[in-house]
Design a binder for this molecule. Structure first.
Ligand code: XIL
Length: 341
């Protein structure tokens, strides 16, 4: 009898904890969409941050620790510990990891800023790819190989890599990355590239279309989606853009989503903001080549938005005290109940 009671109460406990675990992590897994946040070191070291990340993310990316200046701050020193720790945390919690970013025009170490010849730049690129991809072999799902390579008019940005190597730095990085790890997805990541017809979107599309035609290894493109919630989303233009990538056999990541609203009167814009978040999430669930929906943080406490867009804030689904806002519950409801036709 005692045994029976024990077994019954154990079963009840499993059932209860099982129910308690039905959060965004659980539903995103069921939907087959990688879902999550950019995180900081504190997010995986202290509560309540850790629990929020564990319960809700199926994919994480480091907000800053994987960038050149942090992971390789001087020629002879590699700072693996932050990213190693994130990967360990992810493993323990059944979360996959996206690497952001191998190459960018910002957050570079001084020794990178001091490169002065094409040969030096190519050698530095190769070393960066080889060291990182061998260190993390089998532990990273997707790499942002290059970030923000375009100007708004769709021409290539004159980054240090472009200036020293020429436009071929882009394909060089992809080819080298594919040699180092054939099992990861290689992405280019950009902002203001979501709407079909906008110059930067066309620049990105034409570039990767040419790469596909020439057999340069690229698997997907990221749309950062740092959006202004006072502006309506152009759903048709976004979907049409995503679909032409599908025709090329390319994946899309919603890679850095946040929806900022005016700080002085946020209540007036919360409904519009919710509409943007929910529409984006539905697009991500419906368009088969959209593989991930990653927000640039989860809480207004720590968001880069107020420091970057004067007058704006409140861009994330958890408030300053890390409490879920109505927009979060609306997203959770979609993850839970939305059935793709
Ligand atoms: C931002 C971080 O959020 C900030 O903490 C940091 O000071 C600057 O970089 N696009 C990107 C991200 O690809 O890497 C940027 O992250 C935000 C814009």
């Amino acid at each position: 009898m005692k045994k029976l009671i024990l077994i019954t109460s154990l079963a009840m406990m499993t059932l209860l904890t099982g129910c308690a675990k039905k959060n965004a992590h659980y539903y995103a897994k069921k939907q087959g969409l990688d879902f999550g946040f950019a995180v900081t070191s504190a997010d995986i070291l202290q509560e309540p941050n850790m629990t929020i990340v564990k319960e809700n993310a199926t994919m994480v990316v480091s907000e800053n620790n994987m960038k050149n200046a942090n992971i390789h701050p001087s020629k002879k020193f590699w700072n693996w510990s932050d990213t190693d720790h994130l990967i360990e945390f992810a493993k323990q919690n059944d979360i996959s990891v996206k690497f952001h970013t191998l190459f960018w025009h910002q957050q570079n170490a001084p020794f990178i800023l001091n490169l002065s010849t094409k040969e030096e730049a190519l050698a530095a690129m190769d070393e960066h790819i080889e060291k990182i991809m061998s260190h993390y072999k089998g532990q990273i799902k997707v790499y942002d190989v290059v970030n923000e390579m375009f100007n708004e008019d769709g021409s290539l940005r004159q980054s240090l890599w472009y200036n020293l190597i020429g436009p071929e730095y882009l394909e060089h990085a992809l080819i080298k990355a594919r040699q180092c790890d054939p099992d990861v997805k290689l992405y280019f990541n950009e902002y203001n590239n979501e709407n079909l017809g906008y110059a930067k979107s066309e620049g990105m599309y034409n570039l990767v279309k040419d790469f596909k035609a020439r057999g340069i290894p690229i698997d997907g493109i990221g749309m950062q989606l740092h959006l202004d919630g006072t502006q309506p989303l152009n759903e048709d233009a976004i979907r049409a853009n995503i679909r032409r990538y599908a025709e090329l056999g390319l994946e899309v990541s919603f890679s850095e989503v946040d929806v900022r609203i005016p700080k002085d009167n946020p209540e007036a814009w919360e409904q519009a903001q919710q509409e943007v978040y929910c529409t984006l999430l539905k697009i991500a669930l419906e368009e088969p080549n959209v593989k991930s929906f990653i927000m640039w943080g989860y809480s207004d406490n720590g968001s880069w938005v107020p420091g970057t867009f004067p007058g704006y804030g409140n861009a994330l689904p958890f408030d300053f005290n890390r409490q879920p806002k109505p927009v979060w519950n609306a997203m959770l409801d979609i993850l839970k109940n939305y059935k793709v036709k």
